[in-house]
Design a protein around this ligand. Structure first.
Ligand code: C5P
Length: 315
């Protein structure tokens, strides 16, 4: 270990990008409780800033516009990521981890997963440097990511990818064009397991849609680079379940489409709604119109695709 008296530990920072599911096909529940997925992820430009500095004590801080409800403690998934890397490197899991939250929390945008992916990267750089260890391999980082959660591997990788298994088996996809999204968040969250359960219930009652495990339409639209084609292809099997639990989301989707969005979908398990728009002006109008009409909503305009978790050069 370097001498902290003469060389203060370096501050490492990373961007942690949100995601949208352009296609979310949900198969049957497996024995382990997870559902088999066929999903197309795309990273969004909106991101949290996560920093980590090795120290002998442990501090977890959460700041930013969307910090409400995010644990500022070792219960945060991102701290668990630091612990997993420290365990692998066989060094003490301590230090200061800070998350500046710009991604709405508990909204189906993988904000917590993205922070954990960034923390894996940060802890790997910081701890291997501080303790003079060989860094954990990229392959191992992806294994640790899958251990942390179904969306963590994609938020580590970024770009556009097909996700199979419970979402952790990734294949990069070709995507042309730049897409503009109006994102509407909700002050009242939705629990992911509850939404998956609701879908099982609807299906058992013969009401949920059959699993859409074919991602071909979205794949072709992404190759065309045309937002209208993409709008016609996006799909979310969890949407009927999210709408059944939260009928208020229907009005949000209708208002956004009436304000000019090409299409609106529930993002992941919701309650965030994502509207694909032709241009930034329309996206701003969608945000203004939906937020004026629906209590507890907030909006932002962002673009896709973006990268995965990436280190920021602070020098
Ligand atoms: O992996 P993650 O922690 O994000 O999953 C949260 C919950 O969402 C799981 O416990 C499970 O109830 C549900 N889930 C699922 N099938 C998936 C991913 C998540 O049923 N493929």
């Amino acid at each position: 270990m370097s001498n902290p008296m003469t060389t203060p530990p370096h501050l490492w920072q990373a961007r942690a990008h949100a995601k949208v599911n352009l296609h979310l096909g949900v198969g049957q529940a497996r024995e382990d409780g997870f559902h088999e997925l066929a999903t197309v992820f795309q990273s969004l430009d909106v991101h949290d800033r996560v920093s980590y500095r090795w120290a002998e004590d442990t501090t977890v801080e959460v700041t930013g516009l969307h910090s409400a409800g995010v644990p500022a403690s070792i219960d945060n998934l991102a701290w668990r990521a630091v612990e997993l890397v420290a365990q692998r490197l066989m060094v003490p899991a301590t230090g200061t981890l800070t998350m500046e939250k710009n991604i709405p929390a508990a909204g189906g945008m993988a904000g917590g997963s993205a922070d954990a992916a960034a923390a894996l990267l940060l802890a790997n750089h910081a701890l291997s440097t501080e303790f003079g260890r060989e860094p954990v391999t990229e392959e191992m980082l992806f294994e640790l990511a899958a251990e942390l959660g179904s969306d963590v591997p994609f938020t580590l990788m970024g770009g556009t990818a097909l996700g199979r298994g419970r979402g952790e088996l990734l294949t990069p996809m070709l995507a042309r064009g730049r897409y503009i999204w109006a994102i509407i968040t909700n002050s009242e969250g939705l629990s992911t397991p509850t939404v998956f359960h609701k879908l099982d219930e609807l299906r058992a009652a013969g009401r949920g849609s059959a699993p859409h495990l074919d991602t071909e339409a979205v794949g072709q639209a992404l190759v065309s680079g045309n937002p209208r084609e993409l709008a016609a292809a996006v799909h979310n099997d969890l949407q009927p379940a999210a709408l059944s639990l939260r009928p208020d989301l229907r009005k949000i989707l209708d208002t956004g489409e009436a304000a000019g969005a090409l299409t609106g979908i529930v993002s992941g398990s919701g309650p965030t709604c994502a509207f694909l728009c032709e241009d930034e002006e329309t996206a701003a109008e969608v945000v203004a119109s939906v937020c004026a009409d629906n209590r507890g909503t907030r909006g932002l305009v962002t673009t896709a695709p973006a990268t995965g978790a990436s280190l920021v050069d602070l020098s």
